[in-house]
Design a binder for this molecule. Structure first.
Ligand code: NAP
Ligand code: ZN
Ligand code: ZN
Length: 351
């Protein structure tokens, strides 16, 4: 076993502070990774503050972080895919049973026995898993991804959650050229959704509460931008969308977006606000519309997404910060004040 520095929260109201944790020695199937960058997902903030207590209560101390890129430092004897000094990445999962129908279908995100990268029982060391706000991590090779060499690493880290969470539903619901696609909320997930929808050839309309993001939305690949607080601008798009991806982290009016779907259109929730959102039945009934949800993506699909990003040179727009600024970054995330993902430079942990 080895010790590594990390940042942890002691309770829902505590700031993240420096600590030291223990990682296991690599087993035959494990890859040990020195973490270079870790993105800050809004899910980290929800979980550190126990905002999902009804669904997934946070166990403290909590060490978040599931957008991890780094360098392989050691591999177990059965690991063939990676060798020391290779680039490697880890997303939201570090294990699953590998035997259930979901795992056999390559959909590990639906495995009833999946282990998330933090806050779930650690089968090796007891306690719960600790995430990527740390110097190193040891992960079963099945859950370690390859990073295309042309991608800049700080911007590649957020692909491991923000990237796959937006790529997967677009593939599942067939976003292609000729489809009209809406993206609601231009944060970490939303800005990746715009890049993917644009790369897939769709007509992309961004819905934002932040007029200051209008120019950026066009630069990211949007064809049109709607300030969602403006009812007249919203009304112009009534009944016209094939697909809308909702990436909002807080309470908002879903009905306003259901009304923008055409017949048989679908809105997918990837945002996970703390509180339930009311839905008016007739907004679904009229037009046979669908409301759905989607969690991250499977491991094979995550690799496919990374390869797609390598081919199209897609990374997240990031503001690189030292780990010492993580609490300030959380406050800024709550004000939608990041363009568009914080990526922690883990070299700062070693200072
Ligand atoms: N389904 C999954 O597997 C999955 C994976 C990762 C994250 N998530 C969830 O997805 C959500 C977004 O994550 P993120 O990391 O992208 O967060 P983020 O960077 O904070 O972005 C959220 C965006 O939502 C908009 N927004 C914020 N408050 C709002 C409000 N009160 N009303 C309307 N819009 C508001 C803002 O966009 P504008 O300024 O453009 O309005 C903001 O930039 C979080 O709830 C997160 O937990 C889910
Ligand atoms: Zn995430
Ligand atoms: Zn399984």
């Amino acid at each position: 076993m080895h010790k590594t520095k990390a940042y942890s929260a002691a309770s829902a109201t505590s700031p993240l502070v420096s600590t030291t944790i223990t990682r296991r020695d690599p087993t035959d199937n494990d890859v040990q990774i020195e973490i270079l960058f870790c993105g800050i997902c809004h899910s980290d903030l929800h979980q550190v503050r126990n905002e999902w207590s009804g669904f997934m209560p946070t166990v403290y101390p909590c060490i978040p972080g599931h957008e991890i890129v780094g360098l392989v430092t050691k591999v177990g004897s059965a690991v063939k895919k990676f060798k020391p000094r290779d680039l490697a990445a880890v997303g939201c999962m570090v294990d699953s049973d590998g035997t259930c129908p979901e795992c056999k279908a390559g959909l590990e995100q639906f495995c009833p026995n999946a282990t998330y990268t933090y806050n779930l029982p650690d089968k090796h060391l007891g306690g719960v898993t600790y995430g990527g706000y740390s110097g190193s991590i040891v992960v079963d090779q099945r859950f370690v991804l390859r990073v295309p060499a042309n991608l800049h690493l700080a911007g590649a880290a957020p692909l491991l959650c923000a990237g796959i969470t937006t790529y997967s539903p677009m593939h599942h619901w067939g976003v292609t050229k000729g489809k009209k696609v809406g993206v609601v909320g231009i944060g970490g997930l939303g800005h990746m959704a715009v890049k993917f929808a644009d790369a897939l050839g769709a007509h992309v309309v961004v819905f934002t509460t932040s007029p200051s993001k209008k120019d950026d939305a066009i630069r990211l690949g949007a064809d049109e931008v709607v300030i969602s607080k403006n009812a007249d601008e919203m009304a112009k798009h009534a009944g016209s969308f094939d697909f809308i991806l909702d990436a909002v982290a807080a309470e908002h009016d879903m009905n306003a977006y259901l009304n923008l779907l055409r017949r048989d259109g679908n809105i997918v929730m990837v945002g996970a606000p703390e509180k339930a959102l009311p839905i008016a039945a007739f907004n679904l009934i009229m037009g046979r519309r669908s409301l759905s949800g989607s969690p991250i993506g499977g491991i094979a699909e995550t690799q496919e997404m990374l390869d797609f990003c390598g081919k199209h040179n897609i990374t997240a727009d990031v503001e690189v910060i030292p780990i010492q600024k993580v609490n300030e970054a959380y406050e800024r995330l709550l004000k939608s004040d990041v363009k568009y993902r914080f990526s922690i430079d883990m070299a700062s942990l070693r200072c």
